[in-house]
Design a binder for this molecule. Structure first.
Ligand code: C2E
Ligand code: MG
Ligand code: MG
Ligand code: MG
Length: 284
């Protein structure tokens, strides 16, 4: 009986693995085509200045319109793109798209907007990032300070020396640098000592339980104070309730982003939202 159970288990697991491997292979094969066929789109999620409630910019979040599967989120394909190397051309596409958006925002009511773009580990440590950025910035002639690049602690800590050089190169161009998912790695404090940055993004995991978990409340408040005393700005991710927003505002958190304000949305919708929010009252 034990033997047949073992065999049954083996078959069960191998069928499961086949499904996972199959999906992975299917997505990987399609990903390369997807880039050529322009199935990717940048969604934008507004970032809010807490003191004024104004939209000061957005984070660009990648979406894939798969012809059969519908909308596929980045958590499902970024790791595959990263492993297969597609992340390099895909990351270049994201940057190019983001910079041309900033270019198109030189219009009344939009010219102040900052745009944040996520960088993956492989993109940070590859040789092509800076030349690509330089070409794009030069051909569009935008103010580099309107572009912010988000790097996670874990990506930066894969090769701290290289990351340090990269971040200095970015900042010497006037590009802003933010640490994404701050607090989720094991190196958050050494990170602050090692790297020159502009902003930290407090991870959603700490914001989520601000109201119910006194430890999280203390950690968030202390992180904001620490960042400010080091001259850094702070944005909180994943803000979903008014109580979370009020807590963050009381602790002087500079900015926030989350479903309370808006979900990630198509570019046109974001632009309409910004224009509506800044339209003169007399026009109503
Ligand atoms: P991230 O950079 O930490 O982005 C924040 C994620 O939290 C986004 O998920 C966003 O939709 C989600 N989010 C925002 N507000 C809330 C909220 O109030 N509640 C909840 N539950 N979630 C919220 P998304 O768009 O699925 O992206 C997931 C991750 O994929 C990103 O995490 C980022 O690491 C990666 N990613 C997205 N776009 C790109 C890209 O262009 N390049 C690279 N390398 N990575 C990307
Ligand atoms: Mg991010
Ligand atoms: Mg994040
Ligand atoms: Mg995250």
């Amino acid at each position: 009986a034990a033997k047949s159970l073992g065999r049954g288990n083996f078959q069960f697991f191998s069928a499961e693995m086949n499904t996972a491997t199959h999906e992975r292979l299917m997505l990987e094969n399609r990903l390369w085509q997807a880039l050529e066929q322009e199935e990717f789109e940048l969604y934008l999620q507004p970032q809010i200045e807490l003191a004024t409630q104004r939209i000061i910019g957005a984070e660009a979040l990648l979406r894939w319109h798969h012809p059969e599967l519908g909308m596929v989120g980045p958590d499902r394909f970024i790791p595959i793109a990263e492993e297969s190397g597609l992340i390099i051309p895909l990351g270049d596409w994201v940057l190019q798209r983001a910079i041309s958006l900033l270019d198109s925002w030189r219009a009344p009511g939009l010219a102040h907007l900052r745009l944040a773009v996520n960088l993956s580990a492989r993109q940070c440590h590859g040789p092509g990032l800076l030349p690509h950025l330089d070409r794009q910035l030069h051909s569009h002639g935008i103010d580099p300070a309107l572009l912010e690049l988000e790097i996670t602690e874990s990506a930066a800590m894969q090769d701290p020396e290289r990351s340090r050089t990269l971040l200095n190169e970015l900042r010497s161009r006037g590009i802003k640098v933010a640490i994404d998912d701050f607090g989720t790695g094991y190196s958050s404090l050494s990170y602050l000592k090692l790297f020159e940055i502009d902003r930290i993004k407090i991870d959603r995991g700490f914001v989520k339980d601000i109201e119910s978990d006194p430890n999280d409340a203390v950690i968030v408040a202390a992180t904001i104070a620490l960042a400010h005393s080091l001259g850094l700005e702070v944005i909180a991710e994943g803000v979903e309730t008014q109580a979370q927003r009020d807590f963050l505002r009381a602790k002087q958190c500079d900015e926030a982003q989350g479903y309370l304000f808006a979900r990630p949305m198509p570019v046109a919708q974001f632009e309409a939202m910004v224009k509506a929010a800044t339209a003169p009252v007399a026009a109503v």
